[in-house]
Design a protein around this ligand. Sequence first.
Ligand code: G3H
Ligand code: 13P
Ligand code: ZN
Length: 330
Amino acid sequence: MVNYKDLGLVNTREMFAKAVEGGYAIPAFNFNTMEQMQAIVQAAVETKSPVIMQVSKGARNYANATILRYMAQGAVEYAKELGCENPQIVLHLDHGDSFEICKDCIDSGFSSVMIDGSHLPYDENVALTKKVVDYAHQFDVTVEGELGVLAGVEDEVVAAESHYTKPEEVEDFVSKTGCDSLAISIGTSHGAHKFTPEQCTLVNGVLVPPPLAFDVLAEIEKKLPGFPIVLHGSSSVPQDEVATINKYGGQLKAAIGIPEEQLRQASKSAVCKINIDSDSRLAMTAAVRKVFAESPAEFDPRKYLGPARDNMKKMYEHKIINVLGSDNKL
Ligand code: G3H
Ligand code: 13P
Ligand code: ZN
């Protein structure tokens, strides 16, 4: 049993309270590799931002759960080495799908877990989330629950809306489960293909997707004043990265994300955690493809993973400063 406090990590409680109060959001960046971890830490330290480093089940399978935990521990030490006296770093399980995986993470040093029961019938979601909360809170680990299902690109807009979080359920869910934050569905979705071109409007040559359901968010905030809300599926899919990928041999078609302006707006509300993974994948892939195309004789991984790390760092800093507003909050 390893407690996160011994690793220098923090849970989300105080971080979220300050973010809701201050009208900004904490970045939650997924990581699978050392370069992602380094870029996240560099960006957080340079911008003086708290940060959530999150690990999915897929990341645990890819990189090994133990190695990822030590990487997060290393992240705290690395932040100090870079000059940050009091780093605020959360190690969070993203989309935990069972009590067992949440327990395993809590027991091995995670400071926060998500139990994603959003696909379950309501009562089962409540029961599973409560079971995780009851275990996690013994160790002061914070828990994110989810209500409402994120859409897939194949969903028609009407079908997607039917999966939005129901504001009339949120109070009951939070009081019955005791969860510390709630992920909601208001029109975001996972991946780099969040909307089809047909779902978008062409404005000045740019495909603009339908807006997020800010009315649903406002209803939820009314039911749960000051309670921390989480947005998954919040990559913006920068078109310059998509263009670079395609210029150098990639074939990303109709990759469309959430406009940053809308995330900026959400950050000012009770939304205090914004999940970004795909934009990091795009930044990494674009940089690697460019090196491979321009220097085909290159075979030292540091020569392409280094530029990939720099490009991700630039993207993380941009999100922190220009979208979420979590800079200078340490
Ligand atoms: O929400 C999903 C995250 O982007 C993690 O993706 O399950 O492929 O690691 P993954
Ligand atoms: P994106 O695919 O939009 O980056 O969403 C990531 C996410 O929600 C991780 O949980
Ligand atoms: Zn997610």
